[in-house]
Design a binder for this molecule. Structure first.
Ligand code: C2E
Ligand code: MG
Ligand code: MG
Length: 615
């Protein structure tokens, strides 16, 4: 008879040792004494047992033997330490005192114990004596008797609590905004994507989104500092979360910066979303107390509501973004419901606005120059600097598309300064190459440059850096930018004029056109707006003749008055010879327009100057 396999003691006589082979080994099959043939085998087994025992006791990971009745037969010190117990305590303990019975995948474990599988790897929460949980990775191996019958299981247990906690923390961090602790963009998009999965059960077939952006948050950051700005965001997030996230089917997330989203995953329709948007506006009405400051904030909200079918998360976000922009454009502190007809073009505007500053850093802007021509002799007197955006995706964008956005966002201040530098540097080069022509450069100044930046210091610095004489710089300002919020002109104008810089009123004829008033300011030039001149265009044709004649008389009178007040006059938008001739006859001093030259690179102006030709 062969005696193979190990037999565990039915009743352990040892409490701390591992008695796999008792001294008096009865034959497991017949119960009688083992005969001489087996002595060699027994000796070998003893040797292997003591090796196993040593490995078991000294192992760095927890080990335990568990019998088929789920009781611990043996445990090693590492396992006991893991659970805050003594080895002796563990022996004969039922595993449910260590593992939450609810937590065990009973079926698979029973399969193992019944001998239907050899090995099992699970992650389990074990109970520490002190009551806390110990996360462990457990490998269970079945040990069989000589007839292949299951005898007991050997458990190898690794404490992974720290890894697990770290993992949880990382998972939390990956899905939450560290500042406000709200769900972040990633979690928001995960939930949104899940909504649009076709497998979603019926009932969640409409979705709503309120896309919230605080108004004037950048100003708070700039004036009070980022620290206060951050605290304000936390306070806003808190209010939004308490007001709107506590119901099923709602998610309040921070999408970045001062942008938040309220996602309604089981929308009932437009009316429900309108109600939420109203409540959002109302919830922000009460001022926030932040670090001793009482801060009033408003928000602009874009609202989109639609069936899930036939739409995508990308569409939803894109439309919410456009709608948010409409709220901003319509005066802020309001919500707007998405209207398909309002044009997707507006989205591009919003995208462009945020792309402005990075584009400036990447050097995507260039300046073109358009000659300003003396009407008496057709020579170039100067050139207007006109900025262009060489956008990598949209091609060259004209200033009408991005200057208003830059004004709104404040990006006009660095952009305008860059244009000023670039233009003055260029004018200085013309002066070097053509010292006797005294070609000036005329640079547009935006209202925000005059009122929100130290334009006097900037101009002085640029002139000093480039070496351009002040008399060769002209600054163009619109009428509305001349007058500040209080209806008073900016002090900066006088200081600029005192430096010797020439000031021109741009687009004259489109605003108040109060010549008498303007003449009291340090202004030197009037630029008559192109639309004003356009009536001259078809002046020769009979039908338009009467109106053109009237306009011509107005322009003539205006030029005379301007001259009487000591101002020179430039006409913009001259597209043909007839217009040029009529304007010359009305006494206009200089002119600008496609008829003479389209805006072009600096070399265009240099080429004309080089040939000393009239244009
Ligand atoms: P603006 O200062 O009145 O500039 C004249 C505009 O008329 C330019 O348009 C010019 O290209 C265009 N123009 C010139 N000749 C003709 C013509 O014969 N017919 C017609 N129809 N148009 C003509 P552009 O370059 O698109 O600039 C538009 C506006 O953008 C400018 O109007 C100015 O207000 C603003 N802008 C341009 N560059 C800057 C800048 O660097 N800073 C600021 N703040 N504004 C700028
Ligand atoms: Mg201009
Ligand atoms: Mg103009």
């Amino acid at each position: 008879m062969r005696h193979e396999g190990l037999r565990p003691p039915r009743e352990s006589r040892h409490t701390t040792g591992l008695a796999l082979i008792p001294a008096e080994l009865p034959c497991p099959a017949c119960g009688g004494p083992i005969d001489g043939d087996t002595e060699h085998l027994v000796a070998a087994l003893r040797a292997s047992e003591s090796r196993f025992r040593a490995a078991f006791a000294d192992a760095g990971i927890g080990m335990a033997l568990i019998d088929t009745d789920d009781r611990v037969i043996e445990a090693n010190p590492a396992f006991a330490a893991m659970l805050g117990r003594e080895v002796s305590e563990l022996v004969r303990m039922h595993i449910h005192e260590i593992i939450d019975p609810e937590d065990t995948p009973r079926r698979i474990y029973r399969e193992l114990v019944r001998g239907e599988r050899e090995r099992l790897r699970v992650e389990k929460r074990l109970k520490h004596r002190a009551g806390r949980e110990v996360w462990s990775r457990v490998t269970l191996s079945l040990i069989r008797g000589e007839a292949g019958e299951p005898l007991y299981t050997l458990a190898m247990v690794e404490d992974v609590t720290e890894q697990r906690q770290l993992g949880d923390r990382l998972a939390y961090q990956a899905l939450h905004d560290p500042l406000t602790r709200l769900p972040n963009r990633t979690l928001f998009f995960e939930q949104l994507d899940a909504l649009f999965q076709p497998s979603e059960p019926a009932g969640t077939d409409r979705v709503g989104l309120c896309y919230v952006d605080l108004d004037g948050f950048a100003a708070i950051n700039e004036t009070l500092g980022h620290h206060i700005g951050d605290q304000l965001l936390v306070a806003v997030a808190h209010r939004l979360e308490h007001g709107f996230a506590r119901q099923d089917g709602r998610l309040v997330a921070r999408l970045g910066g001062d942008e938040f989203a309220v996602l309604v995953t089981d929308s009932q329709g437009d009316d429900q979303l309108a109600g939420i948007a109203d409540a959002l506006i109302e919830s922000l009405e009460r001022p926030f107390e932040v670090a001793g400051h009482r801060l009033a904030v408003t928000a602009s909200i874009g609202v989109v509501e639609r069936p899930v079918r036939g739409s995508t998360p990308t569409d939803l976000l894109r439309d919410a973004d456009s709608t948010l922009y409409w709220s901003k454009a319509d005066g802020r502190a309001r919500w707007t419901l998405y209207d398909r007809d309002r044009g997707a073009d507006q989205l591009t505007r919003h995208l462009l606005a945020t792309a402005l500053r990075p584009a400036l850093e990447r050097g995507e802007f260039t300046v073109e120059y358009q000659p300003l021509v003396g009407l008496s002799d057709g020579t170039v007197r100067g050139a207007e600097a006109l900025v262009r955006w060489r956008h990598p995706r949209y091609g060259t964008l004209s200033p009408d598309r991005f200057i208003p956005l830059a004004e709104e966002s404040g990006a006009i201040v660095p952009l305008g300064k860059w244009v000023l530098e670039e233009s003055c540097r260029q004018a200085r080069r013309w002066l070097t190459e053509f010292p006797d022509t005294e070609t000036f450069v005329s640079v547009n100044l935006a209202a925000r440059q005059i009122w929100d930046s130290d334009v006097v210091a900037d101009v002085a610095q640029v002139l000093a850096d480039t070496g351009l004489p002040a008399r060769l710089l002209q600054l163009e300002i619109t009428e509305s930018a001349v007058l500040g919020p209080g209806g008073r002109p900016s002090q900066a104008l006088q200081e600029l004029a005192d430096m010797g810089v020439r000031l021109a009123i741009d687009d004259f004829g489109t605003g108040y056109s109060n010549l008498a008033y303007l003449s009291r300011l340090p202004v030197h030039v009037l630029k008559l707006d192109g639309t004003f001149i356009s009536a001259f265009r078809d002046g020769g044709k009979p039908l338009a003749g009467r109106r053109a004649g009237a306009d011509e008389q107005i322009v003539g009178a205006m030029v005379q008055l301007a001259h009487a007040l000591g101002l020179t006059v430039t006409a913009e938008g001259i597209e043909n010879a007839a217009q040029a001739e009529r304007l010359r006859l009305t006494g206009c001093d200089t002119a600008q327009g496609w008829y003479f030259a389209r805006p072009g690179d600096a070399e265009l102006v240099a080429a004309i100057l080089r040939e000393r030709r009239a244009v």
